[in-house]
Design a protein around this ligand. Sequence first.
Ligand code: OGA
Ligand code: MN
Length: 294
Amino acid sequence: MGDVVGDEMGAEILGLNLRNTLDDTAIAKIEDTLYRYAVIVIRDQSLDTGQLAAFGQRFGPLQPSGRRKVQNKDADNRVQPDTPNVNFISNIKKNGKNMGSSDAGIYWHSDLCYEEIPSKATLLHALEVPEKNGIVYGATQFTNTAAAYEALSDEMKTRLEKLMALNSFRYMWNKKAHEFGRRPALNPAELDQLTPDVTHPIVRTHPHTNRKCLYVCEGYTSRIEGLPEAESEALLNELFAHVIKPEFRYQHEWRVGDLLMWDNCTVQHKATFDYEPPLRRLMQRCTVQGSKPF
Ligand code: OGA
Ligand code: MN
């Protein structure tokens, strides 16, 4: 593995060609670098779905997202039986159909936090980046949940210590349907078909760094267990506002060929919808299974 150029959060790893099979030492170094900087980029890569899956799998089993129907497709909307866990995020339509998820990352979130076993890492590879007159659009924003936790008052840390919160893919689905209008709202029977809600600790300990992280997000966290509804809502809104304060943030400006990886315990992320067709954005993605939050 080449040099690492990094800041407090966010680093670039130089000198790698991910089409080559890396040895275990290099993979372990990349994973250590990921935990140190939370968001890492390897530039100038050109990976197809199989190559992305092969690289992602070196960090652990790949995990299907809650929205299965947008998976398993390549850029021409063809099913990819060999890489079922690679999916596309894009605003491009082919034959009137979205090529992949067109509304991913509207709200701040941590990937697959609505699963019993969420993703430890996400890999997002830029194939097309919206650009006009030399200005690049469609950045991905990150916020550091460990720094946000550490900045809480002692009183708030104590208050949160034993609290658990509900994370819900179903809640997110209808929120997007109503507030963003890009998907149909589902009735209770239809919602029932989606991934069931899970509870996770609000203060999550990172399994590698041991840092405590705030594990509630605007996108998927619907309720704090054991609190009256109004109190739950007020506390969640306070935490959602706290976790995204500017001092905890980093923004990734994309270049074609970027392979970005992030640590879903240490950061939350959000897409920036500041471009429209004919500007095109096409990202290829997979997530790596982590461990049960504690
Ligand atoms: C994701 C995601 C945001 C973006 O891939 O999980 O939320 O900017 N992406 O595409
Ligand atoms: Mn995401």
